[in-house]
Design a protein around this ligand. Structure first.
Ligand code: FE
Ligand code: FE
Ligand code: FE
Ligand code: ZN
Length: 321
């Protein structure tokens, strides 16, 4: 005999599934945070962990409104998504941004699953005119959408660039004469990555069902993100690379010399820190290599910021120890 008889039973089943999903994430997110290298990605995971705990609290509140327990069910889909994410936790790469990009991929799969599950659940609660519950669930849905968007922009603003920078400096180290050829390959790979990003990082915009007005609103704000993804960003990157190839002027060299000098003259820094790799290119400063502590990483970044105030600084320095 099925225990499902009413729409309300259906709502409770959805809520139980979400409860299990959120609980699993409270356990998984700290591991993803720990694995991430990019500081802003770490922060994003940490912030979403705090949000996720609040989302569990909201479900507890809903549980008491309905006087129904939400425990005892396992969301198998989330279990699978968390399993996939844990494969990335095992992976290693010298180009850490590549791991970060995969972590984002795993996290966005999770967010998209949650977005769809909350959409369905909100639609049920609306149909049942459970206003308070709709309100609580909608708050969560917004957080999921924001988390997803934030990951998209972080990937496009930082992770792809870090990944590319690390590829380039490996090329230089291995075979300096092939640099320009290597760059073409990187360029092609990058364009491929961007197209990939356009389809996965924003496919939330393509979701068909509109469960609630809020859901629709969240969608249209993400639609805007969709519209300026792949193509525009590829153009921007292409321009960047073209300009970069022409740009080898003394300004860059001077800025590089200033940063190097300030790092070398700082006696509080370790040998590792003194040897950090600095690349200045087309308005951007890239920092790379191992240092001994968090404090050194911060110190070098702030040297770069103060020596090159008008440059964008990309810090992929790693802390070894
Ligand atoms: Fe959540
Ligand atoms: Fe589920
Ligand atoms: Fe899969
Ligand atoms: Zn989430």
């Amino acid at each position: 005999m099925s225990k499902l008889k009413t729409l309300k039973d259906c709502l409770i089943e959805e809520l139980k599934d979400l409860y299990s999903a959120e609980k699993q994430l409270v356990k998984a997110l700290p591991k993803m945070e720990k694995k991430a290298s990019n500081e802003n990605l770490k922060k994003a995971f940490k912030m979403h962990l705090e949000e996720t705990k609040k989302q569990v609290d909201r479900l507890d509140e809903i549980s008491s409104i309905l006087e129904k327990k939400l425990t005892g069910k396992t969301c198998k889909a989330m279990k699978g998504l968390v399993e996939e994410a844990s494969e990335i936790l095992e992976e290693e790469s010298e180009n850490e941004a590549l791991i970060d990009i995969q972590l984002v991929g795993a996290a966005q799969r999770v967010e998209h699953y949650e977005i769809s599950a909350y959409g369905t659940t909100i639609a049920l609660a609306e149909e049942l005119e459970m206003k308070k519950i709709v309100k609580l669930l909608t708050q969560t849905l917004k957080e999921e959408g924001n988390a997803d968007e934030k990951l998209t922009s972080l990937t496009q603003k930082e992770l792809f660039k870090e990944a590319k920078m690390n590829e380039e400096s490996d090329e230089e180290a291995d075979e300096p004469r092939r640099k320009s050829k290597g760059r073409d390959a990187v360029h092609a790979a990058l364009v491929g990555a961007m197209v990939f990003a356009g389809s996965t990082l924003s496919n939330y915009g393509e979701v068909k069902a509109e469960h609630t007005p809020e859901h629709a609103k969240a969608r249209s704000s993400m639609k805007a993100e969709t519209d300026n993804t792949a193509v525009n960003k590829i153009d921007r990157m292409n321009n960047g690379i073209t300009a970069e190839d022409q740009n080898n002027d003394s300004g860059n060299i001077q800025v590089l010399a200033n940063i190097r000098k300030a790092i070398t003259e700082d006696d509080s820094l370790s040998v590792n820190a003194h040897n950090v790799k600095v690349i200045v290119d087309n308005g951007k400063v890239y920092l790379k290599g191992p240092v001994d502590s968090r404090a050194e990483k911060d110190a070098i970044r702030s040297i770069a910021n103060s020596q090159a105030p008008n440059f964008e600084v990309f810090d992929s320095i790693t802390v070894e120890k």
